[in-house]
Design a protein around this ligand. Sequence first.
Ligand code: ZN
Ligand code: MN
Length: 132
Amino acid sequence: MPTLNYSKQRQAILDHLQSRKDHPTAEMIYHTLRKSMPNLSAGTVYRNLGLLTELGQVKKLTGLDGVDHYDGDVSAHSHFICQCCGKVDDVFFDADALLNEKAAEHYDGSITSHHVYFYGTCKACLKNKKEK
Ligand code: ZN
Ligand code: MN
């Protein structure tokens, strides 16, 4: 297989991320892509994820569980992490809307961002618990 040039590698990383809904870590992305792109290095994956995040083409989820996760869906939505199995799910509800403005009403400075994550037990884990 020929070595892909830099922009093609970046596109492959973006395409792959947009094809999965499980909010993988850089490590998970690297391990999956390496199977079809043997010349890919972990550094390239990390560097391109950083670049794609800066370009606003992917979303980096920081502070969920100690390791950064990535989302190929940059539309406004929230995230849920299961405290039982660790899976990261989408919650199609924009918890961020207006929150900066609301907080700014109570703070004499400029507020530009915040993190809201939901925690609990996912549907599969709930079902599992019931069956035990
Ligand atoms: Zn779960
Ligand atoms: Mn998401």
